[in-house]
Design a protein around this ligand. Structure first.
Ligand code: NAD
Length: 483
């Protein structure tokens, strides 16, 4: 696959060329391979997109939920039928391995189906009234025109988990995907359009951060759903709060795996490797800190070192590859620089250093790396979300100390606890303050039918996915009804 896609935008049902700066989207495994080019959107495009979404709202919000759901199901069928093809495009554009990319498109199709079904569940409440002849109802209504701003790392499934419930519940949308993944965004929008989504209901504006800023600043956006870094999410949230516009943000993570002295070590090693290195560590729920009980630390680290060194790094679409590239050169250079600094204060367990020659030096690859960080000052490897295949390790002398270190972070997204002691597993559920707790499985991963999201620095506003999704995409009205 080598053809270059013309980067376009979907505004009011038409695919158009943008008025903004020229964007060049390259394959992070082989940057000489240009995946897409074309002008990004500008302010006028965003204005047109918002106007189209506003105009479409009256009709879409009054369309029966079952008819809206039928469009989502149609789009799901189209996505599922193209899972192999679009998965290959995803791997080429974003850099996760082909197997992960195909699975992501198939998962996106399932998310569309889930929310198509969800609108047929009971959606309101009925209360008795203290007044004779009265009933009190709580009804749900769509919010209006939603701004959606999404990150690069799940270019199909994260848009699905925002746009599917937004559309199912009758909202219209102006969506800006991450700059690096316009092709998969176009595929997602095409699936909905081909399934019969009316013009203007979903508007896609590709581009840089400036396009996201224009959406967040637009006076006719009713609410914004965002997934991305904590820094950007908080900046947008602050701006919206000043204008009283609701915001939902799924933000960064610095997720720990705690390996206790009674853990199944083979399981723990494998799940830490899967959590840390899949998607080259570019998951909000990736394992980037490991806390290991001192009684098993040497054995665990020896096995993790062997497993890490054996992880095959290479072109995302090649057979047998476990770790693809990072998304762009800036991300690679940022992670490599942090690893170089770490060699000044941390003990390298697996630290091959940057690829300086051969095919891996051309792409945006970073080798999977493990460092044991000092207790006194564990440094940025422990504190910062690096978003690469990198693990910082610390030893503890007790489960209680381990639980405390899991929470030794400004973030609170996910954690993995490895133990065969049910009492300790139950204690972890009580002690650890994160939004997603895995007991004996990797910190990464999210099922589509249950609430997803973090605490503390990892989120703002209502959770996403499952039935929690409708909380942000609907508003309630309490109705005092007398005959
Ligand atoms: P990012 O914050 O750089 O960008 C996210 C989106 O915001 C992109 O579309 C970007 O163009 C846009 N943007 C950037 N600056 C903006 C601004 N000032 N105003 C408006 N829009 C702006 O994040 P990223 O690098 O694309 O994704 C990685 C981050 O996302 C990590 O921090 C990761 O943890 C987080 N993430 C969180 C979850 C979750 O559910 N908690 C899931 C996936 C990714």
């Amino acid at each position: 696959m080598t053809e270059t896609t013309l980067l376009q935008h979907l505004i009011d049902g038409r695919w158009v060329t943008g008025g903004g700066e020229e964007l060049v989207d390259v394959n992070p495994s082989r940057p000489s391979d240009v995946v897409a080019t074309g002008p990004g959107a500008d302010h006028a495009d965003v204005d047109r997109a918002v106007a189209a979404a506003r105009a479409a709202f009256a009709s879409w919000s009054r369309t029966p939920a079952r008819a809206r759901a039928a469009v989502l199901r149609g789009a799901a069928d189209i996505a599922a039928a193209h899972a192999e093809e679009w998965g290959a495009e995803l791997a080429r554009e974003e850099g996760k391995t082909l197997a992960e990319a195909v699975a992501e498109v198939a998962h996106g199709a399932n998310i569309l189906r889930y929310h198509a079904h969800d609108v047929e569940r009971p959606s309101g409440e009925v209360y008795e009234s203290p007044t004779p002849g009265e009933r009190i109802l709580v009804v749900r209504r769509p919010v209006g025109v939603m701004g959606a701003i999404t990150p690069f790392n799940f270019p199909f499934s994260i848009p699905a988990w925002k746009l599917a419930p937004a559309l199912a519940w009758g909202n219209t949308i102006v969506w800006k995907p991450a700059t690096f993944v316009p092709v998969l965004a176009m595929r997602f929008a095409q699936a909905l359009q081909q399934a019969g989504l009316p013009d203007g209901v979903l508007n896609l504006v590709n581009g840089t951060a400036a396009v996201g800023e224009a959406i967040a600043a637009h006076p006719d956006i009713d609410a914004v759903t965002f997934t991305g870094s904590t820094r950007v999410g908080r900046a947008i949230a602050a701006q919206l709060a000043a204008r009283g516009v609701p915001f939902q943000g799924e933000l960064g993570g610095k997720n720990a795996a705690l390996v206790l002295d009674d853990a199944d070590l083979d399981l723990a090693v494998e799940q830490v490797a899967v959590g840390a290195f899949r998607a080259a560590g570019q998951k909000c729920t990736a394992t980037s800190r490991v806390i290991v009980h001192e009684a098993v630390a040497d054995r665990f680290l020896a096995a993790l070192a062997e497993r890490t060194a054996a992880a095959r790094v290479g072109d995302a679409v090649a057979d047998g590859i476990e770790v693809g590239p990072l998304v762009d050169a800036a991300a690679r250079d940022r992670v490599n620089a942090a690893l170089e600094r770490a060699s000044g204060y941390a003990r390298p367990v697996v630290a091959p250093g940057p690829y300086r020659e051969g095919p891996l030096s051309e792409g945006f690859f970073v080798p999977p790396s493990v460092f044991e960080v000092p207790e006194s000052d564990p440094g940025e490897l422990w504190r910062e979300e690096l978003f690469g295949p990198v693990v910082a390790v610390r030893r503890v002398a007790s489960a209680a100390e381990g639980f405390r270190l899991v929470d030794d972070s400004d973030y609170g997204l996910s954690a993995a606890i490895f133990t065969t002691d049910l009492g300790r597993a139950l204690a972890a559920i009580e002690e650890v303050r994160v939004g997603v707790v895995h007991v004996n499985s990797a910190s990464a991963g999210a099922d589509l039918h249950v609430p997803f999201g973090g605490n503390r620095g990892s989120a703002l506003g209502p959770k996403e996915q499952g039935q929690a999704a409708r909380d942000f995409f609907t508003e309630t009205a309490t109705v005092y009804l007398r005959g």
